[in-house]
Design a protein around this ligand. Structure first.
Ligand SMILES: *Cc1c(COP(=O)(O)O)cnc(C)c1O
Length: 393
C-alpha cells in the first residue's frame, strides 16, 4: 500500500468497495483524461470525449450481459428508489388504479417498491410476502407458481401489467436463485420487472426473459448517482399519461440518456468497471469468484459451532450480502457484536454492521472484494471466537 493512505477491507453494503485498479486508472486520468487536458468531471456531457466514454460503457455492458438488440440501456438518476415509482408510471400510468400489478415481496426493497407504486395509486397485489418469516426465506415455489399462474389466467381479478421482484434483498441477505426463479412461473406475456441493485454483474442472466432490469450503481458497479435501466423496446411504446421527465424511460431512450445533464463521473467510473470485469473474464468469472467467496464465509459461520449464526434459511442465502449474528446461550449477544465491530475496525475490516433495521453483522462480498479480504475476515472471525466464545466441546 502507498504511504499516502491505508486501504481497509470494506464490507459495506453500499456504496461498496471498488476495484483498486479502477481507482488507480481514474487517479491517473484525474487531471487529463484521454488527452483532453481536463478531468472527466469537467467535460461537457455533449462533448465528443464524453460521448466516447458513454458509448463505450453501454457497448461493454451489452457485451457483459449479452443484452439483446431489442433492449435499451439507460442511465437514470434518483437511485434505485426513483425506479420504484418509474416502474408503475412507465408501465401502467398514473391514474390507472384498476390494472393490477403483482409484487413478490421478499424484503424491505421489494416492500418499498410495492408501497411506492401503491402510494401513486397502483392496484398492487402482493403475490407473496415473507415478512412473517422476517424475510429469512423465499416464497414457496409451488405457492408462487399457483399465485402467478392464476393471475395469468385472470383468476385473481385480472392479468397483471407486470410482475415485480427483487433478485437480491440487500438488507436481509435473501437471493432468488435461478432454481427458484420467479421467472418460471410468470405467464409469457406478462413482463417481469427486476431490481438487481445488489447482485448486478455477479452471474450471467438471460435478459430476454425480463421486461425491465434495473440497478443502482453503488452496490456492485460504481459510484452512487447513476442507476442502470435495461428495458425492452416494446415497453417504451406504452401510452401512459405524462411522466415527470426524470422518470420517463421513453424520454431517456429518445435522448440517449442525455435529456438533461447525466451523472457523467458515475457513468465514466461505471464504464471503467465494465472494462475491468470484461478483462477479468466477464460475469461467468464473477459468478465463480462470488460462489467461492460466499462458500468460504458460510463455511466459517456454519463451522463455528453456533457462535456465528446466519439467520437466513439455506436455500434463500445470498451470495453477496451475508447477515450474521453472534449467539451465546441461544440469544444474540449484542455487546459481543459491538466488540466484534470495534476490534474488526482496528484490524482494518470495516462496515461489518448489519442494517439498522435488523441489527447484528452483515458481510457484503461484492465483485470488487478480493478473496484476500474474505480470508482476512475469516481469520479475524476465528480469532475473535477463540478470545470471546465459550470453550468449544
Ligand atoms: C440499495 C438498494 C436500493 C435503493 O437504492 P438507492 O440507490 O439508495 O435508491 C434498492 N434496491 C436494492 C436491492 C438495493 O440494494
Amino acid at each position: 500500500m502507498p504511504a499516502a493512505g491505508r486501504r481497509v477491507w470494506n464490507f459495506s453494503a453500499g456504496p461498496g468497495v471498488m476495484p483498486e485498479a479502477v481507482l488507480r486508472h481514474a487517479q491517473a486520468e484525474m487531471l487529463d483524461a484521454a488527452g483532453s487536458g481536463m478531468s472527466v468531471m469537467e467535460m461537457s456531457h455533449r462533448s465528443p470525449a464524453f460521448d466516447a466514454i458513454h458509448t463505450a460503457s453501454i457497448a461493454d455492458l451489452r457485451t457483459l450481459l449479452a443484452i439483446p438488440d431489442n433492449y435499451h440501456v439507460l442511465y437514470m438518476q434518483g437511485g434505485a428508489t426513483a425506479q420504484f415509482a418509474a416502474v408503475y408510471l412507465n408501465l401502467v400510468g398514473q391514474g390507472d388504479t384498476t390494472t393490477p400489478v403483482d409484487y413478490v415481496v421478499t424484503g424491505v426493497w421489494s416492500d418499498k417498491a410495492a408501497k411506492e407504486a401503491q402510494a401513486l395509486g397502483a392496484h398492487v397485489r402482493r403475490v407473496t410476502d415473507t415478512s412473517a418469516d422476517r424475510h429469512t426465506t423465499l416464497p414457496d415455489a409451488a405457492a408462487l407458481a399457483l399465485q402467478l399462474g392464476a393471475a395469468g389466467h385472470g383468476d385473481r381479478g385480472g392479468k397483471p401489467a407486470y410482475v415485480y421482484y427483487c433478485d437480491n434483498e440487500t438488507v436481509h441477505g435473501v437471493e432468488v436463485s435461478p432454481a427458484t426463479a420467479v421467472l418460471d412461473h410468470v405467464p409469457k406475456d406478462v413482463p417481469v420487472v427486476c431490481d438487481m441493485s445488489s447482485n448486478f454483474l455477479t452471474r450471467p442472466i438471460d435478459v430476454a426473459r425480463y421486461g425491465v432490469i434495473y440497478g443502482g450503481a453503488q452496490k456492485n458497479i460504481g459510484p452512487a448517482g447513476v442507476t442502470i435501466v435495461i428495458v425492452r423496446d416494446d415497453l417504451l411504446q406504452r401510452r401512459v399519461p405524462a411522466i415527470p421527465a426524470m422518470l420517463d424511460w421513453s424520454l431517456a431512450a429518445k435522448n440517449n440518456s442525455l435529456y438533461n445533464t447525466p451523472p457523467t463521473w458515475a457513468i465514466y467510473i461505471s464504464g471503467l468497471v465494465f472494462k475491468h470485469v470484461l478483462a477479468a473474464g466477464g460475469v461467468t468469472a464473477m459468478e465463480a469468484q462470488c460462489a467461492a467467496k460466499a462458500a468460504r464465509v458460510y463455511a466459517a459461520i456454519d463451522g463455528s459451532g453456533g457462535f456465528y449464526r446466519g439467520p437466513v434459511h439455506h436455500a434463500a442465502r445470498s451470495r453477496v450480502n451475508i447477515p450474521c449474528r453472534i449467539v451465546v446461550d441461544g440469544a444474540p449477544a449484542e455487546a459481543l457484536e459491538t466488540q466484534f465491530l470495534a476490534d474488526a475496525a482496528d484490524a482494518g475490516l470495516v462496515e461489518l454492521s448489519g442494517h439498522r433495521s435488523v441489527g447484528g453483522l452483515r458481510f457484503s462480498l461484492y465483485n470488487a472484494m478480493p478473496m484476500a479480504g474474505v480470508e482476512a475476515l475469516i481469520a479475524f472471525m476465528a480469532q475473535f471466537q477463540q478470545k470471546h466464545g465459550p470453550p468449544r466441546a
